[in-house]
Design a protein around this ligand. Structure first.
Ligand SMILES: [Zn+2]
Length: 173
């Protein structure tokens, strides 16, 4: 749900971007009955909407799940793991039994075998949110250059960087 202003009568309106039909270019202001032009964005970063030339720009709800890319370095080859709805435990692949569901092939011994937890959940608007937390790892987790605290949960955004051990992971929507 986003807040917009009618460009004609300036009344404040609430728009549920999840309920707009695809390809819609305008809707009628319930107060002045003027047509409010809208434009759906597909690839824009930002805070949901902005207003320019009297056109209300709306970022559609993301109905796809993200992916995790392991950045290549001396210990690790590049690897890519698609995410889907559910809970993932991410860590170093080893021959020991582990609860990890995403196992990274690496010689980085500072990465725990069950290092981080990512939960992918549908939100009320029908889009997906990706929740990251440290899984009680020995060397902790850096999220965009900050250590995650115990019990801290963050919502992942496109191009976020996660460092586990010496290995860099990138999240993309
Ligand atoms: Zn109006």
């Amino acid at each position: 749900m986003i807040s917009v202003k009618c460009p004609h009568c300036h009344v404040g309106l609430k728009v549920d971007e999840g309920k707009l039909p695809p390809g819609v270019t305008s809707f009628k202001c319930p107060k002045c009955k003027g047509l409010i032009p809208i434009s759906m964005l597909s690839e824009k970063e930002g805070d949901g909407f902005s207003s320019s030339d009297n056109t209300i720009v709306i970022q559609p709800v993301k109905t796809t799940t993200g992916k995790l890319t392991v950045i290549a370095d001396v210990h690790t080859e590049e690897q890519m793991f698609p995410l889907r709805e559910g809970i993932f435990i991410v860590g170093r692949k080893s021959s020991h039994p582990s609860r990890a569901t995403i196992c990274i092939q690496t010689s980085d011994r500072s990465m725990s075998r069950e290092h981080i937890r990512i939960e992918v959940k549908k939100d009320v608007r029908g889009g997906y949110k990706h929740y990251l937390s440290d899984n009680n790892s020995k060397n902790h987790t850096l999220y965009n250059c900050n250590f995650l605290g115990n019990e801290e949960v963050v919502i992942l955004n496109n191009n976020d960087e996660i460092i586990i051990g010496h290995t860099v992971l990138r999240f993309n929507e």
